[in-house]
Design a binder for this molecule. Structure first.
Ligand code: ADP
Length: 459
């Protein structure tokens, strides 16, 4: 669930909760007050009635004479005798007790009751003369007005709560939407930086960072600026060092040749060993220089339309000889595929991948190559039946100088851990991508995707 939706729901339910609590309180307070007022009016009416009541000359109270009542029409009086008969009333239409339960009560009580389906509040008072019950006086008042008031109150409170929840939700959604909008830009730019390895991108922001998001953007941009400086310094250093190392290596190599030609007391074995190491160092320096150029996007590429299938065939022939009897290198599938790219660099990618497959697959294994098209892309697969790459190494194999634990402990023949980084950058500079699928013990598959050349593009 998005942050925006979560905040919207939170504000709406908070508003709803507060108003509901408020509504319940108001409802009960007003209801209690209104019923209290009715009870007061019933008591007043009772006092009026009692003031005008008389006991007859026989000493017993069979009949009560109701005085002239100056009461509002909403007050109904009934006097029920001991014999259960209605002895006096001001509403002749009602012959049933206002509150049947109240007739039996030994004490004065207030109760709600229904008379002819009308909701009434009834005060029942047992009347006594010399400790003897002579009648029960019931005074009632209609609760219709209070019921209507309560209903209206419920509707008003319910509607107010709902409308307020909607408004709170809407307000929260708009405000958080506005507040979070710059964060979406942050995410987009950050994703772009990761995808395109473009550290020069910044999040557009002008003015003072007054809020948290502004501060975040300023801090993010500052981090990116620092990272960019660090990366470019590192790349420049790498490029400079490899460039500077090339000259002394060439000089050493030249001198080895000279020494050999002079003959004399030189030891051929030592010379060959020096020469081998110089060759190795020269390769390393060449790779480093290439990598530095590729990473900075300054790799000189001779872009032309090339037949990738021909390049693959060449690599296949070359590598089959290298694998010799030890392994089987097979061309499973090959389609005619044209791409735009630098022939030598793409060949280097293939040599690196197939070279690795041969290097890491034990004797008796297989290396399978295939080339085809999928949508607008050329797809090249290099599959081997080797030991696979452990899961913990897999995310790092395209990093420079990274070698899986097993390869590092291999005594001889190991590379520098640059081959895949170079392949990655070359493919990337061609607008393609390189993927790896590997499970320990189940072989490795490298897949290179490159955009196909279309008719009309450079030839
Ligand atoms: P290296 O010069 O060590 O081969 P790479 O950059 O070409 O360097 O490869 C990096 C690491 O990836 C290797 O050290 C190896 O552990 C692993 N690797 C590459 N290709 C394969 C493969 N086909 N099978 C198993 N492991 C591989």
């Amino acid at each position: 669930m998005s942050l925006r939706l979560r905040l919207t729901l939170l504000y709406a339910s908070l508003m709803g909760g507060v108003l509901l609590l408020f509504g319940v309180l108001v409802y009960f307070m007003v209801s209690t007050m209104l019923v209290g007022q009715v009870d007061n009016s019933l008591e007043t009416a009772y006092n009026e009635v009692i003031k005008g009541a008389q006991v007859n000359s026989r000493g017993s109270l069979d009949v009560l004479t109701l005085p002239r009542l100056d009461l509002s029409e909403n007050v109904f009086v009934q006097v029920w005798g001991r014999n259960g008969k209605l002895s006096a009333t001001n509403i002749s239409q009602i012959t049933l007790p206002l509150d049947p339960a109240g007739l039996k009560s030994p004490q004065t009580i207030f109760e709600d009751s229904y008379v002819n389906q009308a909701h009434v509040r009834v005060l029942s008072v047992p009347l006594q003369v010399n400790g003897r019950g002579i009648a029960v006086l019931q005074i009632g008042s209609s609760l219709a007005l209070i019921d209507t008031t309560q209903q209206t109150m419920l509707i008003v409170l319910g509607v107010t709560t709902l409308v307020s929840m909607l408004l709170a939700g809407l307000g929260a959604s708009i405000t958080t939407g506005r507040a979070l909008a710059p964060l979406e830009t942050v995410t987009q730019v950050a994703t772009h930086i990761t995808r395109a390895d473009d550290l020069s991108r910044r999040i557009p922001f002008s003015g003072q960072p007054t809020d948290e998001v502004g501060q975040l953007i300023v801090a993010f941009n500052a981090t990116m600026a620092r990272l960019e400086t660090l990366f470019s310094t590192q790349r420049r250093f790498l490029a400079d060092v490899s460039h500077e190392l090339r000259t002394p290596l060439t000089v050493i190599k030249g001198n080895i040749g000279l020494l050999r030609r002079m003959g004399g007391s030189t030891d051929e074995e030592s010379l060959s060993s020096i020469e081998q190491e110089v060759d190795r160092l020269t390769r390393l320096v060449g790779d480093l220089l290439l990598l530095a150029q590729a990473e900075s996007g300054k790799m000189p590429l001779d872009m032309r339309t090339i037949d990738l299938d021909t390049v693959l065939l060449e690599v296949f022939q070359q590598m089959r000889i290298l694998a010799g009897e030890r392994l089987q290198v097979k061309l499973v599938d090959i389609d005619q595929v044209e791409v735009i790219g630098d022939r030598d660099r793409l060949k280097q990618v293939l040599l690196n991948l197939v070279g690795n497959a041969i290097k890491y697959t034990p004797a008796g294994g297989q290396v399978l190559l295939s080339l085809g098209k999928q949508n607008d892309q050329a797809r090249l697969l290099v599959r081997d039946t080797g030991p696979g790459i452990p899961a913990q190494d897999l995310p790092h194999i395209f990093e420079r100088f990274y070698r899986a634990e097993k390869s590092r402990t291999r005594s001889s023949g190991g590379g520098f851990g640059l081959g895949l980084s170079i392949a990655y950058w070359i493919v990337r500079n061609h607008g393609g991508r390189i993927e790896v699928d590997s499970k320990e013990g189940a072989g490795t598959t490298f897949c290179v995707w490159l955009p196909l050349a279309f008719e009309g593009t450079a030839r």
